[in-house]
Design a protein around this ligand. Sequence first.
Ligand code: MRU
Length: 342
Amino acid sequence: MIPTVEWEHGAVKILDQSLLPEKVEVLVCHEYQSVVHAIQDLKVRGAPAIGVTAAMGLALGAQSIKASSFTEFQTAFQVMCDCMSSARPTAVNLFWAIDRMKRFVLERKDKPLEWIQQQVILEAQAILEEDIRMNQAIGDFGAALITDGQTILTHCNAGALATAGYGTALGVIRSAWKTKKGIRVIADETRPVLQGARLTAWELQQDGIPTTLITDNAAGSLMKQGRIHLCVVGADRIAANGDVANKIGTYSVAVLAKAHGIPFYVAAPSSTIDITMTSGEHIPIEQRSSTEVTTLYGRHPIAPEGIDVLNPAFDVTPAEYITGIITDHGVVVPHEIATIIA
Ligand code: MRU
């Protein structure tokens, strides 16, 4: 599969997810502002992928800084970090990656500027490689929770496309599939941007993992019929008490799962844990454009013009609905999530 994001010949290359599965196109960014726009426009999306891309974007920006002192360099770099921070509000991986890049620069303030400019590229690449390793660890821990013959429901896309590679929730599914467990995936289409239909179904089909696409509205009925045995989703931010922000509709799936006695797991790397948030109610929820709801692909209207619209991109699932959180350090019950950071 084409990498979600990569550094090549002094540019950041992003697989344009807004066009999938219709077109497979790579966007080449030569300026950090193009990277900010790519994140805003969902050309690259998914919490870990956003973090990795932001780090790459800052490395790109750093190359363009012409400074005669570290202070001048740092001031210009800070402007780029502020701009990057404004891209999207919910996925904490964005802020995690920006903070890490800022710290990296500051800790090298006594070094030559050209050397720092080279090193930030390596740091962004290290963040990318770590993300893949964390996902593989999540996959291995999560696969142990899945038994042969199970049908697993997932919401949105927490796959290779949402990360630097392998995926979190889909990493669990990939690892289970590799160990020859005869599993099947039910993918929620995930209105309004259809990450489930366009992206999850696409990447699982490429791997030959049996997948059935359903409308979001069908999940409850399938659970009632006993056709779903386990749910696994990704996360955009996990609060210290184990509440989880993820794609809008995740909360509904979790409530349905609890009502039907079905285990509901969240898979996420440690970079998604935000212990500064005591509970999920403090997590900022992105509100996106009404046209995502009133049109198909911004082209075909499906609602009357001028109708009032609410379009929260994420919701918060309280810890009590979550069976366990699968991290790169192991599986924990939600209220123990802070121990992963400790
Ligand atoms: O709006 P998106 O597509 O960025 O939302 C993505 C999700 O909600 C994912 O489930 C989450 O980021 C986890 S990705 C491993």
